[in-house]
Design a protein around this ligand. Structure first.
Ligand code: ADP
Ligand code: MG
Ligand code: ZN
Length: 478
């Protein structure tokens, strides 16, 4: 028997326009162009704290049910490495911006120990025995979200990260399309319980063997975290004794390799950052952030479940905050189920095909409402709704102006379904021309109805819905 404990340290890039301690841009650019004296660590330069980063970190704190600390300071974590020009990283040690939170996955509660702000070091690129450095990344604002070791399985760690990512997307603090926007250190220890038989004492007992904690550093991607942890469990299974150490995950070989024996925090020689003041968040700002918190996915899901919509469709809507906003707009005027299906099935399918998110494509709520109207009035069927959306997204992909749904129908030479009066006319004709089938139907032969539906369908040139023909036929015959 064994007990696995997993704790995660999740680094997330905050969505700010400028860096954490200087005004350099955070946008993607040619290497070493978004730099200045501060983020290159020139002597004599002083950091200036980015207020937006504090606000975003506070939002994460509230979303994860933390205590948000009103007063905090920054520290220097000193170490020597090429990615760190000034030989220390500005981070938070004693006073994180938020602490003691939790995240629920199903009926499991994973405790959040702390959330703190820190600056990213430069990016290291290894090429032909050289190390290249890109300082565009130096000073990018990160939050580190640290869990208690409450996770029990690699799959649970994956699920935790998926939930976390969803929450972070719904509160608009980060952009997961950016490369390296989430990096994870995964800690794991395995305690073994072994039966020991002691015949002198006339019986057995369970011996508890606590395994050392191993930290797998800097994993990108949620799936990779799960794989790295699964590999680590296998590796440790075959060891007599596990040493406490830091390991690295190699995505290519799908193995972890030892990086160094684990250092303790005191070895970093933390000192207070003397160039930054002790930060006190004004009550006003706390209230403002708290009252402007967007609704979290869990609460949205609870509300949506009250409609007559399958959980699967709701979960699809919840993969993208924009889809849920559109859904709520459509529900103001149209049937909830039809709205949800249009977004979660047809629109999402098309967006996925092009690897796009709804926020990338300027489709308007008004246009989606028009498609729902067309459906409601039986002027189009579901398959046509899907084709219209596909054409509209295609317009965007080709760099053209997105057409109106009616224009798409026109361009496709789409023939409207016939009006009810016309279908009725054909129905009567078919009844007149097929006396035998009509008689059979009236004598209880249900199959004859299908035959009659087929005959009407032929006359309409397939421009009518079978369900509608059936209804009209029955009202004439019964
Ligand atoms: P350090 O300061 O050495 O980085 P921390 O105590 O801050 O260690 O914990 C870092 C991470 O390791 C946290 O996510 C925590 O949940 C996790 N952790 C702590 N103890 C264990 C353990 N026994 N097994 C697995 N993970 C652990
Ligand atoms: Mg650590
Ligand atoms: Zn700078």
């Amino acid at each position: 028997m064994q007990e696995i404990k997993i704790g995660l340290e999740v680094h997330v890039q905050l969505n700010t326009e400028s860096k954490l301690f200087c005004s350099c841009s955070t946008s993607q650019a040619e290497p070493n162009t978004n730099v200045c004296d501060v983020c290159l660590g020139f002597p004599g330069t002083k950091p200036v704290l980015n207020e937006k980063a504090i606000e975003l970190a506070m939002k994460i704190g509230y979303a994860l049910d933390c205590k948000v600390n009103k007063k905090f300071l920054f520290s220097r974590k000193t170490y020597f490495y090429p990615d760190l020009a000034k030989n220390f990283q500005i981070t938070q040690l004693e006073t994180p911006i938020a602490s003691n939170g939790k995240l629920k996955i199903g009926d499991r509660i994973i405790r959040i120990r702390r959330i703190h702000l820190e600056e990213d070091p430069a990016k290291i690129i290894r090429r032909d025995n050289c190390i290249l450095l890109d300082y565009n990344r130096s000073g990018i604002p990160l939050v580190e979200i640290v869990t208690e070791p409450d996770l029990k399985l690699p799959a649970e760690a994956r699920s935790f990260l998926q939930h976390l990512q969803q929450i972070l997307e719904f509160i608009y603090v980060t952009d997961f399309n950016r490369e390296g926007s989430m990096r994870v250190d995964a800690n794991i220890s395995i305690t073994k319980y072994e039966p020991v038989y002691d015949y002198l004492k006339n019986g057995g007992m369970i011996k508890k063997l606590e395994g050392a904690r191993v930290e797998i550093k800097n994993i990108s991607g949620i799936k990779e975290v799960e794989k790295a942890l699964s590999y680590e469990i296998l590796r440790q299974k075959n060891l007599k004794q596990v040493v406490r150490e830091t390991r690295l995950w190699n995505e290519k070989t799908k193995t972890t390799v030892s990086a160094r024996e684990k250092e303790e925090e005191e070895e970093y020689g933390y000192i207070f950052e003397p160039d930054l003041p002790i930060i006190e968040i004004p009550e006003e700002m706390l209230n403002k952030v708290q009252s402007n918190m967007p609704e979290l996915p869990e609460s949205k899901k609870k509300r949506f479940l009250k409609y007559n919509i399958s959980e699967e469709i709701i979960d699809t809507l919840l993969t993208d905050p924009e889809l849920t906003h559109y859904f709520e707009y459509l529900c103001e005027t149209h049937n909830e189920k039809a709205s949800a299906v249009l977004l979660a099935k047809y629109l999402k399918k098309t967006l996925n095909y092009h690897n796009l998110k709804l926020k990338d494509v300027p489709i308007e709520v008004r246009q989606l409402r028009r498609i729902l109207d067309l459906l409601q009035q039986y002027l189009i069927m579901d398959d046509m709704a899907e084709i219209i959306l596909r054409e509209m997204v295609n317009d965007y992909v080709k760099g053209k102006k997105i057409r109106e749904p009616d224009q798409v129908l026109k361009d496709l030479n789409y023939e409207k379904p016939l009006e009810e009066e016309k279908i009725k006319k054909f129905v009567r004709e078919v009844i007149r021309e097929n006396t035998k089938a009509v008689k059979d139907y009236r004598n209880g032969e249900k199959k004859s109805l299908d035959y009659l539906i087929g005959q009407v369908m032929r006359k309409t040139g397939r421009r009518a819905d079978a369900k509608k023909i059936k209804k009209l036929l029955k009202s004439e015959l019964d």
